[in-house]
Design a protein around this ligand. Structure first.
Ligand SMILES: *[C@@H]1O[C@H](CO)[C@@H](O)[C@H](O)[C@H]1NC(C)=O
Ligand SMILES: *[C@@H]1O[C@H](CO)[C@@H](O)[C@H](O)[C@H]1NC(C)=O
Ligand SMILES: *[C@@H]1O[C@H](CO)[C@@H](O)[C@H](O)[C@H]1NC(C)=O
Ligand SMILES: *[C@@H]1O[C@H](CO)[C@@H](O)[C@H](O)[C@H]1NC(C)=O
Ligand SMILES: *[C@@H]1O[C@H](CO)[C@@H](O)[C@H](O)[C@H]1NC(C)=O
Ligand SMILES: *[C@@H]1O[C@H](CO)[C@@H](O)[C@H](O)[C@H]1NC(C)=O
Ligand SMILES: *[C@@H]1O[C@H](CO)[C@@H](O)[C@H](O)[C@H]1NC(C)=O
Ligand SMILES: *[C@@H]1O[C@H](CO)[C@@H](O)[C@H](O)[C@H]1NC(C)=O
Length: 405
């Protein structure tokens, strides 16, 4: 049974495919039904495995290759390039060498939190946030990432920072400076903060952490629409026998690039030429030890950029650095049921709006909250909601959550 199927296209629910009808009915009718069913199944499989859009003429660039400068000027090459839809911001001829944007030898930090790593934290949580999302940052500061709350609970060993790029809107960009002065929890790096630049954001995170917080034990990357249950996360991390080599999150296997230019997660062949992505962790939340952060950063500096942050960092770069991303059922990219007991045993929950953030935080801190422990809790955690069906840029078949390698 597939646990989760996230598809760019809606499929009929599994129950209409594996209905019990055809097994019980005998004779000709049954045969016809079987035949029909066979076609339905084949059609469904076709939808699963054949990309909706196929650009046979697309130039097949290996991941290790970057287009040569001046290639666009060449008549044949530009003819080829014109035949495939280019990715906004990452046109065929744009350099994908990370060193051009990350500038490893130079200080690219615009704003930095004061003394956040003066004494090395056990866990540093970096929340990747868009410049305009002040409201989301506000609700996170007032709930699960509240500084006073975490400091008193964990003697200041868990620290929080928001990571932003630069906005081309001057008003917005300069309001970040004020926000930084007020809260002292903003890291701003020198790059254009756009959706297709999220990979740069994550690699900038690795750069900043490796040069400003290298003695921390763990680093978590998450987003500003996420609820993170810090106590559960700490329990999980502290239970680990060995901290080094950790790369933990919600593992996604056998995902395939989407080649429909209208799709939000469109990936042209020139960005990624292989048929499937390496196994990777959902970018909604993943945790690594600092040795892993160093290796991933080094790998990124010699790996052509892929705009899908999670596939790139925890898949492509991890593979290059010979690191294995590992699944933990507490992490999830599927929105969870708004139930305090579900949130209590989870580590991450996706798509939590600022108002929901307050609601769930209040419920979690209600002294009267009682949850019966359920041996199937882990199993249930990842399957609670079906509303997340369409959130993937991949096609997943996941038989065993912990061993889909
Ligand atoms: C890339 O191509 C665009 C037109 O498609 C052109 O305007 C731009 O100058 C080219 N950039 C480089 C670096 O060749
Ligand atoms: C730092 O940046 C300057 C100019 O911005 C450049 O000349 C220099 O080569 C850079 N240094 C490194 C080590 O990248
Ligand atoms: C880099 O620049 C930022 C902003 O000017 C500054 O706060 C920080 O201390 C610098 N880092 C280093 C290592 O010089
Ligand atoms: C809290 O942290 C401080 C500074 O790191 C340390 O001196 C102190 O012993 C810690 N307290 C407890 C209860 O662990
Ligand atoms: C810049 O951001 C401000 C605040 O969000 C907004 O009111 C304004 O319209 C934006 N300006 C432009 C040019 O987009
Ligand atoms: C954004 O604001 C910072 C000051 O907070 C400034 O140093 C930087 O140049 C600004 N960036 C842009 C692109 O306007
Ligand atoms: C990403 O940021 C870099 C550096 O600021 C910029 O040159 C590039 O145009 C941006 N790309 C996108 C897709 O926004
Ligand atoms: C907890 O339960 C008690 C008794 O049912 C009730 O009086 C109290 O108001 C409850 N506390 C909260 C925070 O709901």
């Amino acid at each position: 049974m597939d646990r989760i199927r996230l598809l760019p296209i809606e499929l009929p629910p599994a129950s209409t495919i594996s209905g019990s009808g055809f097994i019980k009915v005998k004779g000709k009718v049954s045969f016809l039904r079987r035949l029909t069913l066979g076609f339905v199944v084949l059609a469904a499989l076709g939808l699963l495995y054949v990309p909706a859009y196929h650009s046979a003429q697309g130039p097949l660039l290996g991941l290790g290759e970057t287009p040569l400068p001046g290639l666009s000027g060449h008549l044949d090459a530009s003819h080829h390039v014109a035949s495939i839809a280019q990715l906004p911001g990452w046109a065929y001829n744009k350099s994908r060498d990370l060193r051009v944007y990350i500038r490893p030898g130079n200080n690219t930090t615009v704003l930095s939190p004061t003394s956040i790593c003066a004494s090395p934290p056990y866990l540093l949580i970096v929340i990747c946030s868009a410049v305009a999302n002040q409201k989301a940052r506000e609700s996170i500061r007032n709930t699960w990432a509240n500084k006073q709350h975490l400091d008193s609970l964990y003697n200041s060993t868990v620290r929080i920072a928001f990571l932003l790029g630069e906005s081309d809107n001057d008003t917005l960009n300069s309001s970040i400076e004020e926000e930084s002065q007020q809260y002292g929890d903003i890291i701003q790096e020198k790059f254009q903060d756009t959706y297709n630049n999220l990979t740069l954001k994550s690699v900038m995170m690795l750069k900043w952490v490796n040069s400003n917080c290298e003695n921390a034990k763990y680093l978590m990357k998450t987003d500003d629409d996420m609820f993170v249950n810090v106590p559960t996360l700490l329990k999980t991390l502290r239970a680990r026998v060995q901290s080094t080599g950790t790369l933990l999150g919600s593992l996604i296997c056998n995902a395939k690039p989407i080649q429909d230019p209208k799709n939000k997660w469109y990936t042209p062949k020139y960005m990624y030429a292989e048929r499937t992505y390496p196994n990777y962790l959902s970018g909604t939340g993943y945790v690594m030890s600092l040795d892993v952060a160093g290796k991933l950063y080094q790998a990124a500096l010699s790996t052509p950029l892929l705009h899908l942050e999670d596939v790139y960092v925890t898949g492509v770069c991890a593979q290059k650095a010979k690191l294995r991303p590992v699944n933990h059922p507490g992490f999830s990219y599927v929105p969870r049921k708004m139930d305090a007991c579900v949130f209590k045993s989870a580590i991450t929950a996706h798509k939590v709006s600022s108002s929901k953030m307050y609601t769930i935080w209040k419920k979690l801190n209600d002294a009267n909250l009682t949850c019966v422990s359920n041996p199937n809790q882990d199993k249930k955690l990842s399957t609670l909601s079906r509303t997340g069906r369409n959130v993937g840029y991949y096609v997943v078949r996941r038989r065993n959550m912990n061993r889909c390698i």
